[in-house]
Write a protein that binds this ligand. Structure first.
Ligand code: ATP
Ligand code: MG
Length: 256
């Protein structure tokens, strides 16, 4: 791994990048995953590399949905397997959700390597290895497990494709996205749009899940009723605008 000095202003971001590179090295992440990560980094820079108050609210609402669900599923891809294996395993444990591997650039070998990787981080049951159902989509993310994403009532989709997100919503599922681009099709179509880095979002969600786990169904339902998903996108755009304005002022650049 490249040696990155702790005091580097982009330390966290560069360390995250290294994890994706390692993921490619051990055959769990695709090369295209690097490009997706780059796009995420750019949006994270714009949003200030922090969880906004609005995103934390979305994360809490998402946890309430997962805790109330009958069959909640956490969809795992090559990037999240490399970046946040422990957080996904812990979140599944605390909430009773099931992990399912679902890849755009799918090969059976890579699916099984990811399953083994998750198990080495303490995962119990991981679906996706013998997925046979197909959603009505033209790519391999259509392949889902009958007991998993196919029949789930709530699906957490970090770094999802816009068209699959839309399809899952059309199937009547509550779809929780984690995507730093507030204007991606995924963010625009999800039932709960978390606009945050998956590394921060999953850690926050695990903490919220521990705090909320013993709450009554009524109080979880209240958390859900009190949010308006249509606000999360304008909130993120406003955060980006304010951050850019602040950065410009700090550097003596005139703000339009
Ligand atoms: P869509 O398929 O929704 O139209 P897209 O094609 O622009 O979006 P993809 O390349 O399919 O995007 O997926 C990458 C998405 O994931 C980007 O929107 C990017 O901002 C986001 N992303 C990448 N890395 C992270 C990360 N670490 N945390 C959160 N989001 C991320
Ligand atoms: Mg896409």
């Amino acid at each position: 791994m490249t040696d990155i000095p702790r005091e580097h202003p982009r330390y966290e971001s560069l360390m995250t990048r290294e994890k994706i590179v390692e993921g490619i090295g051990i055959g769990i992440t695709s090369k295209q995953g690097l490009v997706a990560q780059g796009r995420g980094e750019a949006f994270d820079y714009l949003i200030g590399e922090r969880t906004t108050e609005s995103a934390a609210f979305a994360e809490r609402a998402a946890v309430a949905h997962i805790l109330l669900a009958e069959n909640p599923i956490i969809s795992v891809n090559g990037n999240t397997a490399a970046l946040v294996p422990e957080s996904m395993v812990t979140l599944a444990d605390v909430t009773g959700a099931t992990l399912e591997v679902n890849l755009f650039h799918r090969s059976d070998a890579r699916v099984h390597r990811i399953i083994e990787h998750l198990k080495s981080h303490g995962a119990g049951r991981v679906l996706g290895g013998s997925a046979e159902k197909r959603l009505d989509l033209s790519h391999d993310r259509a392949i889902v497990d009958e007991e998993g994403i196919f029949s789930a009532d709530v699906v957490l989709v970090p770094l999802e494709d816009g068209d699959r997100c839309q399809k899952l919503v059309e199937m009547g599922k509550v779809v929780i996205s984690i995507d730093l681009n507030p204007l991606s099709r995924t963010s625009l179509n999800a039932s709960v749009s978390i606009i945050d880095n998956v590394t921060r979002a999953l850690q926050n969600m695990t903490q919220f899940a521990r705090d909320m786990k013993h709450d009554s169904r009524e109080s979880l339902q209240e958390v859900i009723n009190s949010y308006d998903n249509r606000k999360f996108i304008p909130d993120a755009l406003y955060a980006i605008q304010e951050r850019l304005k602040h950065q410009a002022e700090e550097r003596g650049v005139q703000w339009i």
